[in-house]
Design a protein around this ligand. Structure first.
Ligand code: NDP
Ligand code: OXD
Length: 316
C-alpha cells in the first residue's frame, strides 16, 4: 500500500514506456505522471527519462531525482534543473546486459560474422584466416561501471584489453590510459574500439574521423572495428560512414546514433558492414531497478546518504 505521508513520486518519462515503472513504484508510494501545478508541494522525488524541460524547476519539496538509466545527459540537458541530488542506475542486471552486448559484438567481429553471413547468402564455401583472441586488443573508452565489467569479461574470453578514462585508473590486467595525453597511445594500441563513455561537454563528438584514423590496423581482422554502446552524440555518424567507405574502419556495431530513432535516410541502415541495434544494448529493467530506487528513498529519509550520485560538474 502506498503511504501518502511520504509525498508523491513524479514519474516523467518520454520516449520510453512508463507503465511498468508506474505499476511497480505505486505499490509502495503514490505516483503521478504530472504535477498538479509547477510548484506542487506534494512531489518529493522525481523518477525520469528525458523529462520535459522546466518540469522540475519549481517543485519546492523535491528531495532527489532518479534516472531510470545509467546515463544522465537526458536529465542534465535541462538548464532549469533544481539543485537536488541526482541518482543514476548502477545495477548488476543492467551491467550484465551491457557485458553480453559487448562480448557478442566483439566476438562476432573477431570471428568474421559479417563475412560469413554475406558468404552464406551467396552460398560461398570459403575459409578466411583465423586469429586467436589473444592476438587482438580491444580498447574500451570509459572505464566506469560498464567499461570495467566489459573489460573483465573480455579478458576471460582471452582478448587483450586497453582502457581509457578521464582520471588515472588501475584495472587488473588492463593496459590503462587517461586524459588527452593518453588518447593517442590508447588508440594506436587498439584493434577493436568499444565506446562506453557518458555524453558530456568534453566527450560530445569525440568519435570522429580523426580519432578513427588513429586506430591500429594490423592482425587478421583486416581493419579496425568500432562498437559504440555509449551515446549517439559521442560520434559523428557521417565520419563513421566515411571511415567505413575509405577502409579506415573495417566494420562497426552501432547501438546509438546522433539522431534517434536513426532516420530512415541514414546510409548506416543499409551499409553492408554496419550492425545496427536500436539503443538496446542494455535496457533498464524496472523489475530489477524499482526495488533499489525505493530502498534508496527510504534510506535517504532515515538520514543515510544516497548512492550512485551524479557529479553535476563532471556531467556524469
Ligand atoms: P560511469 O560514470 O561509471 O563511467 C564513465 C567512464 O567514462 C569513467 O571511466 C570516466 O572516467 C570516463 N569518462 C568520462 N568523461 C571522460 C572524458 N572526458 N575523457 C575520458 N574518459 C571519460 O558510467 P557507466 O559505465 O555506468 O556508463 C557509461 C555510459 O554508458 C552511460 O553514461 C550511458 O551513456 C551509456 N549507456 C548506454 C546504454 C545503452 O543501452 N546503449 C545503457 C547504459 C548506459 P573516470 O573513471 O576518470 O571518471
Ligand atoms: C542508459 C541507457 O543510460 O539505457 O541506461 O541508455
Amino acid at each position: 500500500m502506498s503511504d501518502p505521508q511520504k509525498g508523491r513520486i513524479l514519474l516523467a518519462m518520454t520516449g520510453s514506456n512508463p507503465r511498468p515503472w508506474y505499476e511497480l513504484l505505486s505499490q509502495s508510494r503514490e505516483v503521478v505522471t504530472e504535477p498538479a501545478s509547477p510548484d506542487d508541494p506534494s512531489i518529493t522525488y522525481a523518477v525520469v527519462w528525458k523529462q520535459p524541460r522546466n518540469l522540475l524547476a519549481k517543485l519546492p519539496n523535491l528531495k532527489a531525482i532518479f534516472s531510470v538509466g545509467a546515463g544522465v545527459d537526458h536529465i542534465l540537458v535541462d538548464p532549469t534543473l533544481p539543485d537536488v541530488p541526482i541518482v543514476r542506475v548502477v545495477s548488476e542486471n543492467l551491467t550484465q546486459h551491457m557485458v553480453d552486448y559487448v562480448l557478442w559484438r566483439v566476438l562476432d567481429h573477431h570471428r568474421q560474422g559479417m563475412l560469413y553471413r554475406a558468404q552464406q547468402k551467396r552460398k560461398v564455401w570459403h575459409e578466411p584466416p583465423q586469429r586467436p583472441a589473444n592476438d587482438i586488443s580491444v580498447g574500451i573508452m570509459g572505464l566506469g561501471e560498464l567499461g570495467r565489467a566489459a573489460a573483465r569479461a573480455l579478458l576471460v574470453a582471452g582478448f587483450r584489453v586497453n582502457g581509457w578514462s578521464r582520471s588515472e585508473r588501475s584495472v587488473p590486467d588492463v593496459a590503462t590510459f587517461h586524459g588527452d595525453q593518453g588518447l593517442t597511445p590508447f588508440l594506436n594500441a587498439t584493434d577493436i574500439l568499444v565506446v562506453l563513455l557518458p555524453l558530456t561537454e568534453q566527450t560530445t563528438g569525440i568519435v570522429d574521423y580523426r580519432l578513427l584514423k588513429q586506430l591500429r590496423k594490423r592482425n587478421g581482422l583486416g581493419g579496425a572495428v568500432l562498437i559504440n554502446a555509449g551515446r549517439g552524440k559521442l560520434q559523428k555518424d557521417a565520419d563513421i560512414a566515411r571511415a567505413l567507405d575509405d577502409g579506415t574502419l573495417k566494420e562497426a556495431s552501432l547501438d546509438v546514433f546522433e539522431i534517434e530513432p536513426l532516420p530512415k535516410t541514414s546510409p548506416l541502415w543499409t551499409h553492408p558492414r554496419v550492425f545496427v541495434t536500436p539503443h538496446s544494448a542494455a535496457t533498464s529493467d524496472p523489475s530489477h531497478l524499482v526495488g533499489p530506487m525505493l530502498e534508496q528513498m527510504e534510506a535517504f529519509e532515515r538520514g543515510e546518504p544516497l548512492a550512485n550520485l551524479v557529479d553535476r560538474k563532471a556531467g556524469y
